[in-house]
Design a protein around this ligand. Sequence first.
Ligand SMILES: [Zn+2]
Length: 974
Amino acid sequence: MLPDESIIADPNHPASGSLTTLQLQSANAASLGALRTGWQRRATQSSPFRAQRPSKQAESRRTFTSMSEEATQKAAQPVLRLEYEPPAFLAKDVDLTVELDDTSKISCKVEYERQREGADLVLNGERKPAQMEIQSVLINGESLDADAYQVDDETMTIPSAALPVKVGEKISVQIDVTVVPEKNTSLNGLYKSSGNFCTQMEAEGFRNMMYFVDRPDNMSIYRTKVIASKSVPHLLSNGNDVERGDLPDGRHFVLWEDPWPKPCYLFALVGGDFDVLTDSFTTCSGKEVRLGIFVEKGNLSKTPHAMDCLKRAFKWDEERFDREYDLSQFNIVAVSDFTMGAMENKSLNIFNSKYVLADNDTATDTDFLNIEGIIGHEYFHNWSGNRVTCRDWFQLTLKEGLTVFRDQEFSSDLNSRASKRIADVQLLRDHQFKEDAGPMAHPIRPDAYEAIDNFYSLTVYEKGAEIIRMIQTIVTPEGFRKGLNLYFERHDGQAVTCDDFVKAMEDANEVDLSLFRDTWYTQAGTPEVSVKTSYNAEAAELTLTVEQSCPATPGQAEKEPFDIPLAVGLVGTSSNGPLRFKVGAADAEEVDSAVLRVTKAKQEFTLHGVSEKPVPSLLRGFSAPVKLSCSELTRRDLVFLAAHDTDSFVRYESGQELAKQILTELVEKAASGVEADALDHEDAPLLLSSLEHTLRDASLDRALVSLALAMPNESAMADAMEKGTANVDHISSACAALRRLIAEGLGPLFAETYEATREPAKNESPGDAVARRQLKNSCLRYLVKNSALREDALRKAVHQFEAPENMTDRYGAVLAVRDIDCSERTRLLQDFFDMYKSDKLVVQKWFRVQAQSALPSTVDAMKSIMDMPEVFDIKNPNCCYAVFNAFAGGNFTGFHAADGSGYTFVADRIIQIDDINPQVASRLAKQFSSWRSFTAPWSTKMHAELERIAAKKDLSKDVAEIVHKSLEAPSSNL
Ligand SMILES: [Zn+2]
């Protein structure tokens, strides 16, 4: 599964930092929040994870700083990883009959096999979300009286006495229920979207539709009969359709059989009236696979791109990782109401429509790339997730970290690897580092949770992918492919753990990864690495002294040193080019890049044969998810690396580091009382000349040039400061000043570059066109910030809007005028709405632009949007993300308005949405967890809103977990 974006940034907008075209898909991965599952149920005897023993976290939760008594009582008991117990009963075969209707009837006949003597059969089931009502319970075909079993809000218990005694014995249990899909606004379980029936089961949605052993290590063979009126022509489920026909009462049915055992979180069912694009793919062994993409009526013309992506994904996984598809059909259904980005149900992926539908008039280049990445991601799960799945939800990164890594590689192989890498690193640093430094910090394999949906986090996904990437760096790409093949071969059809994955990598490569595993999988927090160098010209040696440490995180005061692969190179200060060197011994092989394994708190490495004084190029390709510092690098060294390094990440990073240093000093100047308009910096010319050099270098990929132009944003600056010292006014002034200095200093060059990139070049490849448009729009945004050139820039924006190459241009023009109170802004926004008001996805772009505007009228604009029932529906997650999350996460000055109006508006929405869809509410609530970063009045106002949310009656467990952890007394330096 991929969570949908809860991040907010506009691609390419300097004001919102460096997010770029490629990242949205990962922007998705921002954590969610979620269900009404959790501890109370788990604390019962039935629970797979018993949690009676108070954990460290549970103890510390009693030290809430200033919470109300009522709020304190909601603190939950966590589920603990180390208390895993295998299920007492396994469902071997599942026979489901689903009659879709306003009140849908579901009958589920299961053959359970006893795994543990003496245990009751405890089934998970939640009545509330879809109004589930039990109709009958049959044991071996005999009706069970209602007093022969117990039902509470979250479970059904059939006592052991009514069941077979011996391990291995089987029993048939048939349960019939009714549910009301229309009432299920949680969008978890069986629900309705735009009149069509669909499901979302991960992590724990199946229990909203049926009483069942709802855990990932319970893998079964499913036969599913879907019945509906003929007004619902398409009836889909997992596997192959083996029978279809009419029923005497005028309805029809389709019977689906899935031959592969799977947990219920991979079950899916869809019933609706769709437009369908069909195609086929022939696998490497010659098997024909029928492909189908099902979309809401009227959207067929927006499906060909998704189909192309799907076929590319099939082929890429065969070629890169030897993975062939394993059924004769594969279907994708796109729905408008979907909390996540997309879901990898076996052979029936269900997608948020915004990650399927695209054409040139309505989708930006970013949208096209996101669709490719996400279609790939869900398809790749067929092996990394479905054929081999997770033993329990603590192992979520086993499938998600690995599959994010796979989709990153897919996008890199098909597009610009360098800019994809930078975009992924930006996402990680802008958002995951923040998570690692806050109250929700957790290892990629957490030890405890209250609501599992809160752990569909950037840490599990994006940092998890970095950890897989480090394994590949250590064992080499060939070794990684071997290890992955062994993992799939060894564990096919099983539910396994992260340790099993690492073991397969070790065995296939005969390496010991125990230190790597014991640190990266178990410790939270972002390691900090500092490097000092000393050069001995006579001996031609460079010594690097590397030190590492990691800040305390909740429940982990002390950390063991990590196993860090540090990729380094050298650039000669006389030759201005890469230097070759030897690592360890003078007679070692000469290389131009090496990976040093840093495993101790302090370690020395000597590089030999270094023929001239070098500038070190450190953490090449971002070889580990750490914060690196090298205090000896002067600002001139940074400019030198930005111009001469052969590693595109270090080139980019050096420019960013220089900008960050300048910004930090601008923040200090603002704090000393210098007015925003008068802020200047003596090293600004150095940064400008570096940017000019980059802009004029015709050999560079234009996507990389555009990335270099994006400066660190306000939120990144706040994160980089000591806790409790971030002053919103000073940070905003500094960032605005730097943008103004760049816009004014390079104005004519931006105008020249804009003209040079305005029209397509002859024989331009699609990738080059994307990069060109990206650079063009970056220039336009700087041009409107230059007061002398603004009038002309606004004309350019209007012209670009009226005669665009595609939606990237049209949307780019609107973004450029977003923060300027002028008649062009009013006109473009109105025209944009008039053109696209019947297209939900494009209208959501219109929402987003307004929610992220720096103008003071933004809260009023959002209130007006909420008053437009023809386009805005608070029950629709995409609408919430495009307005509220876009605002809270991507509009620094608006959300952090000094009068608290932004906070109050968002807190009101959290309270409102919590009753509709707790996952959406909890994602929004995470925006308050950084309150300790700020000075007063911001910190006190955010804290007050957290308390107001905590006091809400019947607060969902999802939101409660976020709010309580945010309010908790900090441990050590948190
Ligand atoms: Zn996934």
